[in-house]
Design a protein. Structure first.
Ligand code: ATP
Ligand code: MG
Length: 389
């Protein structure tokens, strides 16, 4: 039986004159991602995108791909009726939804009539189809209020479709429709979640990872790249810039007071990230910071680290509890990788008594002992670019 996915656009339907730009972007993103799964025909009519599943193709894989594309509110996997007639709709519903009927105690039919030229109203179609199906599945009783199974009939312009109801899509806005931003990606739980949340808002991501070889191992870097790969399932292609960070950390450790180590290090991260971000056309930085989670994420600490950066810094996890962040990490399948026990550059150098209420003059005094600009230049010059997947 011929199958099709009906994808209903989400928030972009609220757009005005520029709606077409968003729709084009959405179609382009979907096509590019589908290309890796199957050769599907993709078209759009009235804010619904149709993905035709070719015969002999794994429809589950096509469905799974669609679930990971931002910009769609719902996805329905439907059968295409061979003809646009009531008989054909009934036959298709009977065979396509037989497994669903086998599991249901009650059912009803709901009809959408996109083609207004049809002689019957939606209610009439639902009654006729429902009556027939009740005869063919006598064990399943009609129930108009709270049925186990709702048979959806969609009479569209060219075809009639039958399905058992939509499931939620990935939501959000098409990747790239809001521009590009640089995600500071560590090996932890929070930063992949932060990246996913902002990608969902239509940002294309460029990853930046600060790597402290040999304090952190190749395996730790590989773990970060694996997190990047997990994000590409949602975002499509992504490049990760690996910044050599060891020299800077050693310099700070040697020349600055221990309690300021993390803050000064984070200021370097922001400076370097901004440089790389601008070079790659990014309009903002994204971090996984959450208020009060650790010493460097107090309000005064974030004021000090944010001060070196002119770009907006997006911190989507800022108001979230760890548990809420973990829930998303599980949903997006980064959690298991994030908790692998490889050391992180921050943990290697973490001071015993970090300063949670830093004063700017003290920071500036400490930084005056470092060749800040030269260290930033050196790190930027040593960036290794890795393309994922
Ligand atoms: P995560 O926040 O990802 O779980 P974490 O809790 O170890 O890791 P922190 O050390 O608290 O993170 O750092 C806060 C944020 O700074 C991270 O969410 C990430 O955006 C950024 N960050 C930290 N370490 C690195 C790194 N080595 N490379 C890139 N970004 C980093
Ligand atoms: Mg964190």
């Amino acid at each position: 039986m011929k199958e099709v996915l009906l994808l209903k656009c989400g928030e972009i339907v609220l757009k005005g004159l520029n709606r077409k730009t968003f729709e084009d972007r959405l179609l382009k993103n979907l096509s590019r991602r589908m290309k890796h799964v199957a050769d599907c025909g993709i078209s759009m009519r009235q804010s619904v995108v149709y993905v035709e599943v070719p015969e002999e193709t794994d429809a589950d894989a096509v469905m799974d791909c669609a679930r990971h594309v931002f910009g769609f509110a719902t996805i329905s996997r439907a059968a295409v009726c061979p003809e646009k007639t009531l008989e054909s709709v009934i036959e298709t519903a009977q065979s396509y939804l037989a497994p669903r009927f086998a599991q249901a105690g009650t059912f009803k039919v709901e009809t959408k009539r996109g083609d207004k030229k049809l002689p019957m109203t939606s209610t009439e179609i639902s009654q006729r189809v429902g009556g027939e199906l009740a005869d063919r599945f006598p064990a399943v009783k009609p129930d108009m209020h709270c049925p186990d199974l709702t048979v959806h009939v969609e009479m569209r312009e060219k075809y009639a479709f039958v399905h058992a109801g939509p499931e939620p899509g990935a939501g959000g806005m098409p990747i790239g429709s809001n521009g590009r931003a640089a995600l500071l990606l560590s090996g932890g739980i929070d930063s992949p979640v932060a990246g996913w949340m902002m990608a969902k808002r239509g940002l294309e991501l460029v990853g930046i990872h600060f790597f402290s070889y040999p304090y952190t191992s190749e395996r730790a870097k590989e773990k970060v790249l694996e997190l990047g790969r997990k994000l590409t399932v949602w975002c499509g292609r992504m490049s990760v810039m690996v910044v050599p960070f060891t020299r800077i950390q050693e310099e700070i450790r040697e020349k600055c007071h221990e309690e300021l180590f993390t803050l000064i290090m984070r200021r370097f991260m922001m400076r370097i990230a901004e440089r790389v971000a601008v070079e790659y056309g990014c309009g903002a930085l994204i971090t996984g910071e959450s208020l009060g989670q650790v010493a460097s994420q107090t309000m005064p600490a974030m004021a000090v680290t944010g001060a070196v950066c002119g770009l907006p810094v997006f911190r989507p996890c800022i108001g979230m509890d760890k548990e809420e962040i973990v829930t998303i990490a599980r949903k997006i399948d980064t959690f298991e990788t994030s908790i692998l026990p490889y050391e992180d550059c921050c943990t290697v150098f973490t001071p015993k008594h970090p300063n949670t209420k830093p004063k700017m003059p003290k920071i500036l005094e400490a930084e005056s002992r470092l060749e800040v600009d030269a260290l930033v230049e050196e790190a930027v010059a040593g960036v290794e670019i890795i393309h994922l997947p």
